[in-house]
Design a protein around this ligand. Sequence first.
Ligand SMILES: [Cu+2]
Length: 158
Amino acid sequence: MLALATLAMGAADAWAHNEGRHASSKKKEISAERHAWGREGDPAKASRTVLVDMADTMRFTPSHLELKRGDTVKFIVTNSGRTMHEMVIGTEADLKRHAELMKKFPNMEHDAPYMAHVSPGKKETITWTFDQPGTFMYGCLVPGHWEAGMKGTIVVAN
Ligand SMILES: [Cu+2]
């Protein structure tokens, strides 16, 4: 009985590993979900690349972006600090609400195409199409970072 269970677990484990490899080699699908601040963009159709740095000084560099409606931006987000940081794009109201939630539930897992969680010394990318004019923000929602000023603004001209 025990041997059987072990065997079954072993098989399940191997299967999970195969699945993982398969999933990572597959091209990621682009989400069709629309938001007030745009939608996920196709990296192959990016009209500009923006390098964003996140530092332990709780600052994004740059902290302000001027875009045009329809721009597809590939953000290459680097964490040059020694602690976890993330870049989350949204409306100011959404980010504030999300920052509050992160303070209450620090271990809350969150992931979406408009965010990048970046470990110290690493870089991640976000490709986003800004198809709505307006003023939006990006922020780090690691508990306390938004409040410390880790935020930036994006103005999308019509
Ligand atoms: Cu941060």
